[in-house]
Design a protein around this ligand. Structure first.
Ligand code: TYM
Length: 340
């Protein structure tokens, strides 16, 4: 297939903490698998990260770190466009235009906003946090993405994006492609190892919560061996909340080995929880070892990384500006007379 006949995907990760195995299984792993089939745009969404307070020095470093992890996980910068969201100003511009179209009621319904807002003091919650899904819609719609590969927690944001695109199309005529959500069959919602009833998150402070992509093998071992399980002694997939810990470990194992649920359960027939945990440690470390090796090769190569991000921004800008121009024209904004 030629580049132009390929369908497009866009996705992104916030540089708001240390990337976890949840980010890998819900997002990165499927991005890598799709890079041959689709025309891909992957951004580091720094403008989303600042919806909660960030230390400027750390934010800059994390933005580079996340970009390097994209490549270390297997994205090929010669095949896909990797860029930093704030390098393409069309994202913020389209976000504002869409904000003026987005009913407050739609935003108030977003469960992720409610969860995040509940963790902050009421008077410090930014209006950016409420408008977060509109910026995400702008990210997606600017590239006329057909599909958006994400974990399960982003489902509602994708529905919101489609609603907003439909509203715009209805008001101003066909403009945006309605994107489909693309969720992996296994690993779409990895849970915390310390609390398997809450999603594994990169912004959780406790030591026993997550497997981070840059964890040492001994840290991975420590956190997995300590993972919360139950006292039933039964190794099988289950929706029952009491069995969520085992279900989560099995899911991590299954997603990393690409086995079916039946094959995964068969592998642990007659074994104990200790065996399951040891096997999870093995497959996680086998996945992280090459990723970390590649990461350490590129993270200090500032020129190499900055070159990729500059080329990525250039390419992204072309696509994004084309859509933005059309949008501005349709809603009646006066052009400058200069072609950009
Ligand atoms: P973020 O940075 O929270 O997460 C990045 C990606 O990782 C997935 N993910 C998980 N998947 C499985 N299990 C988990 N525990 C887990 N935690 C996170 C997320 O679903 C996501 O795919 N709003 C987005 C970033 C974003 C975006 C976009 C995504 C901004 N603009 C445009 C797609 C398209 C977010 O907060 O992701």
């Amino acid at each position: 297939m030629t580049e132009n006949s390929k369908k497009r995907v866009l996705s992104g990760i916030q540089p708001s903490g240390n990337l976890t195995i949840g980010n890998y299984l819900g997002a990165l792993k499927q991005w890598v698998a799709e890079q041959e089939t689709y025309e891909c745009y992957f951004c580091v969404v720094d403008l989303h990260a600042i919806t909660v307070p960030q230390d400027p020095v750390k934010l800059r470093a994390k933005t580079r770190e996340v970009a390097a992890l994209y490549i270390a996980a297997g994205l090929d910068p010669d095949k896909v466009t990797i860029f930093v969201q704030s390098h393409v100003s069309a994202h913020a511009e389209l976000a504002w235009i869409l904000t003026c179209l987005a009913p407050m009621g739609w935003l108030n319904r977003m469960t992720q906003f409610k969860d995040k807002a509940a963790k902050q003091q009421q008077d410090t919650i930014s209006s950016g946090l409420l408008n977060y899904p509109t910026l995400m819609a702008a990210d997606i719609l600017l590239y006329q993405a057909h599909a958006v590969p994400v974990g399960d927690d982003q489902r509602q944001h994708l529905e919101y994006t489609r609603d907003l695109a439909q509203r715009f199309n209805h008001m101003y005529g066909d403009t945006f492609i309605l994107p489909e959500v693309m969720i992996p069959k296994a690993g779409a919602r990895i849970m915390g190892l310390d609390n398997p009833l809450s999603k594994m998150s990169k912004s959780e402070a406790t030591d026993s919560h997550a497997i981070y992509l840059l964890d040492t093998p001994s840290k991975v071992k420590k956190v997995v061996m300590r993972a919360v399980t139950d006292s039933l002694g039964q190794i099988s997939f289950s929706d029952i909340p009491d069995r969520a810990g085992i279900n989560n470990l099995l899911t991590i194992y299954q997603s990393l080995t690409q086995l079916s649920q039946e094959q995964t359960e068969a592998r642990f027939a007659g074994k104990g929880y200790g065996d399951l945990k040891k096997s999870v440690v093995e497959v996680v470390n086998a996945t992280l070892e090459p990723l970390q090796r590649r990461y350490s090769e590129i993270i200090d190569e500032e020129k190499y990384l900055d070159g990729i991000l500059a080329r990525g921004a250039d390419k992204a800008q072309q696509m994004a500006n084309r859509t933005l121009r059309e949008v501005k024209e349709k809603i009646g904004l006066l052009p400058t007379g200069l072609s950009s």
